[in-house]
Structure formats: structure tokens, C-alpha cells
Design a protein around this ligand. Structure first.
Ligand code: TYM
Length: 344
């Protein structure tokens, strides 16, 4: 094995974490701890690519950290930290700004969506965002990246950057003793039945922090009543549930609710339909409410307990950042040598 296997992933501290973040990413972060050395990051530098209120940002950084811990990430065995405390992310991102091509960034659909019509007014950071994401992953020379579907294109760009760096500097990389290239081509891990959780109000839109309707998403801070209300109001269609997966085709809302159920229960979609095929949504929604409350409430109360003690969270982040910095500094020293910078 040419590269040490390592997992890296990040979550932005931009307001309420929701069920999509949890099922699409955080649940997998927790599982991967058993097999890999994991580095999990609260990407606060990514957050400021769009305006963030400074006091709210601090709160959100602590909230995402609390969600990691409450979901079951062990910050002693693995690394949990916030990006801005490890300056090597920004340093490597600059090198990648000089490796990535404008044409590559111009293809990024997330930039187009986020910048909207007023592109001229978007921050330069929002445009260069994927280069910083590549730096996050590659500063740890991570081999595996658990993410939801919406981050697939960014991960492909990360691989393109790694490949171009390895090619551009091949003689220097060989001379430095890395015959397989310096950066690994990191693999995305998109697993489980909920890699793309959709809005509860519209099965064609992804569940997101920025949707103006609070009823479109279940937030990790929602209490049992809010969860029940939102699931009761979730859009459906008039047919009962099908007994096989192919019956979900063309029924995006049904497909979404079955996917959420399966992911929360740790079962496959087929298995869930085996039990609920033929049932009306009223029956299925009642079961989904019970399941969602049983799975999410303990996490919500643990998050509340943890955020009540910001000093403890800050200490976890400081410890994780110090450990991350050791790994990041080692990579950055090699990068400087490879690129041809002089260092003391
Ligand atoms: P972010 O903060 O938007 O989302 C965090 C994680 O949640 C996943 N996700 C979803 N999964 C399923 N269904 C949904 N509706 C849904 N919405 C969000 C995302 O795919 C993500 O895995 N650019 C990243 C953060 C980042 C990062 C990184 C990730 C920065 N550097 C390096 C991996 C590696 C982002 O904005 O995620």
C-alpha cells in the first residue's frame, strides 16, 4: 500500500445541521472510526465564503463540534478540530490555486448555484472554495472521504488537482522518495440509503440549510414535537407504498421518506418496503416519527448538554488542532521542498 489509509471529512458551521448532514455524512463518520484513522474538521474558513455573523459563527462552530461528539465521534482516538486553527490548510490552498485551472472551477455547479444571478458580487473565496476543500483533504494525504452526493464533483476536482500536482512535479517528487506520487487520489465514500436526502416539502430539491422553509428539513436541534409536526406535514402522493423498490420510481417524496426510514433504522430500502409495502402514508409516517424521535432525541439532548459548556468544546478543538497541525506541517514541508520554496 503506497499511501497510509486515512479518512478526512468536513462540515460547514453555517447554521442548523439537518438530517441530510447527519444521514449523508455524520453517521458514516461514526462508522468509519472502527476501520480507519479519521480526521474530522469543522470547516470555518469555508463558511466565510458567504457572509457570517461573527458571534453566530462561533456558536455554529461549537454546535457542529457538539454534533460530532454527540453522534459518537471519539475525539481522543481520532482528530476533531476547526480548520482555521491549522494554517497549513490555507497555505496548501494557495499552492492549489496555482495548480487548478480556471476552466475546472468554471464547471463547478455548486458555485453556480450559490453565486446565483449576481455572480460579479460573489466573493473570490466562494469561487476558489473547491481548492481549499482539496487542500483540506490532501494536507493529510487522506485516501477516503465520506460525503453526501452533492460533494461528488468537488471530490473529483480534488483528484484532478492531486493528479496534476503529481505530474507537474514528478521529477522532484521522485527525488524526494515518493515513487507513487506525492498526493493520493482520494476516494469518495458515499454509502447508505441516504446519500442525497431531499426536502420534505419538495422531493426534487435537496434538503439544505439555506431553504427558506423550516418545514423542508429536520434540524438536529429539533425536539420531538417539531420532528413529529414536520414529518406529518411532509409532502406525499395519494398511492400506498409499493412493495418493491422499482415502485418508488417517479415518486420522489415516497422514495425520500423510505430512504430516511431505512437510513435511520440501518436497514435497506427493500427491507423497509418488505414491511410497509401496501401501507398508507399515515401508518408509515407514524412509524417514521417514532423512529426519528428515538434515534435523534438522544443526540439532540447530548448536543444541548455539550453546548452548555463551551470551554470543554474549545478544549477538544484546541487539542485536535494541535494534533492535526503535526500531520499538516509534515505535508507542507514536503510540498515546499517539491515546489522549490526555500525554508529554514
Ligand atoms: P456541508 O457542510 O454542506 O455538508 C456536510 C456534509 O453533509 C452532506 N449533505 C448531505 N447529504 C445527504 N443529503 C443532503 N441533503 C445533504 N446535505 C449535505 C454533504 O455532502 C457533506 O458531506 N464542502 C463541504 C465541506 C467540506 C468538506 C471538505 C467535505 C469542506 N472541506 C473536505 C469533505 C472533505 C460542504 O459544504 O459540506
Amino acid at each position: 500500500m503506497a499511501f497510509k489509509e486515512r479518512v478526512f471529512s468536513g462540515v460547514q458551521p453555517t447554521g442548523n445541521l439537518h438530517l441530510g448532514n447527519y444521514l449523508g455524512a455524520i453517521v458514516n463518520f461514526v462508522k468509519l472510526q472502527a476501520t480507519y484513522e479519521c480526521v474530522y474538521c469543522v470547516v470555518d474558513m469555508h463558511a466565510i465564503t458567504v457572509w457570517q455573523d461573527p458571534a453566530e459563527l462561533k456558536k455554529s462552530i461549537r454546535e457542529v463540534t457538539a454534533a460530532f461528539l454527540a453522534a459518537g465521534i471519539d475525539p481522543k482516538k481520532h482528530i476533531v478540530f476547526n480548520q482555521s486553527q491549522v494554517s497549513e490548510h490555507a497555505e496548501l490552498a494557495w499552492v492549489f490555486n496555482c495548480v487548478a485551472r480556471l476552466g475546472w472551477l468554471n464547471r463547478m455547479t455548486q458555485f453556480k448555484e450559490k453565486a446565483g444571478k449576481d455572480r460579479e458580487n460573489a466573493s473570490v473565496g466562494l469561487y476558489a472554495y473547491p481548492n481549499l476543500m482539496a487542500a483540506d483533504i490532501l494536507i493529510y494525504r487522506a485516501t477516503h472521504v465520506p460525503i453526501g452526493e452533492d460533494q461528488r464533483q468537488h471530490l473529483e476536482l480534488t483528484r484532478d488537482i492531486a493528479q496534476k500536482f503529481n505530474n507537474d512535479f514528478k521529477p522532484q517528487i521522485d527525488a524526494a522518495g515518493f515513487p507513487d506520487g506525492f498526493f493520493p487520489l482520494a476516494e469518495g465514500l458515499m454509502s447508505g440509503p441516504a446519500t442525497r436526502v431531499m426536502s420534505l416539502r419538495d422531493g426534487s430539491k435537496k434538503m439544505s440549510k439555506s431553504d427558506p422553509s423550516d418545514y423542508s428539513r429536520i434540524a438536529l436541534s429539533d425536539d420531538a414535537d417539531a420532528i413529529a409536526q414536520k414529518i406529518k406535514k411532509a409532502k406525499t402522493d395519494p398511492e400506498p407504498l409499493p412493495s418493491e423498490e422499482k415502485g418508488l420510481e417517479g415518486r420522489p417524496e415516497a422514495d425520500n421518506l423510505v430512504g430516511i426510514f431505512a437510513a435511520l433504522a440501518g436497514r435497506s430500502r427493500a427491507d423497509v418496503l418488505g414491511e410497509y409495502g401496501g401501507a398508507q402514508f399515515s401508518t408509515f409516517k407514524a412509524a417514521l416519527i417514532d423512529l426519528a424521535v428515538a434515534k435523534l432525541s438522544p443526540i439532540t439532548s447530548e448536543m444541548n448538554r455539550l453546548t452548555a459548556d463551551p470551554g470543554h468544546i474549545d478544549a477538544v478543538l484546541a487539542d485536535g488542532s494541535a494534533r492535526a497541525k503535526v500531520l499538516a506541517a509534515e505535508t507542507m514541508a514536503h510540498v515546499k521542498d517539491i515546489v522549490g520554496f526555500v525554508r529554514g
